[in-house]
Structures are given as structure tokens and as C-alpha cells.
Design a protein. Structure first.
Length: 69
């Protein structure tokens, strides 16, 4: 089973959607607060007001690499 990556509506913690996880998923941080998650069908753009974009990208990429083995 693959992990699930949900995104929430800001300020409400209501689930707005889910990024479909597959073996081609990867993430990239552009700035301290902006990162992107790439799937085979779509690119998701995220903002982390706590400025942890690098951490999000690193964790997603690590998990993707771990699950691909």
C-alpha cells in the first residue's frame, strides 16, 4: 500500500483533496514557503506559511524512494 498525501483548506483543517501516490511522484521546493508535487498526471502547488517547503519536499521524496524499492 502506498502512503496517502492529503491537502487541507487553510485555517480549517478540512481535507480539500488528495495527491494520488504512485512510483513517479516527486517534490521540489522553490522557496522556503513554496513547493510542488509532481505526479504522472498533474503538478500540485503548495504554500507552507511555516516556511518548511524544503522539509516537505525532502520527506515526500524520501518516502517515494523508500516505497519504490
Amino acid at each position: 500500500h502506498y502512503p496517502r498525501l492529503f491537502y487541507l483548506k487553510p485555517g480549517t483543517h478540512v481535507i480539500k483533496g488528495m495527491v494520488p501516490w504512485n512510483d513517479k511522484i516527486c517534490a521540489q521546493a522553490d522557496t522556503q514557503d513554496k513547493f510542488h508535487v509532481y505526479t504522472d498526471s498533474r503538478t500540485y502547488h503548495f504554500v507552507d506559511k511555516a516556511q518548511r517547503a524544503q522539509l516537505w519536499a525532502a520527506k515526500i521524496n524520501h518516502l517515494a524512494k523508500t516505497k519504490a524499492k
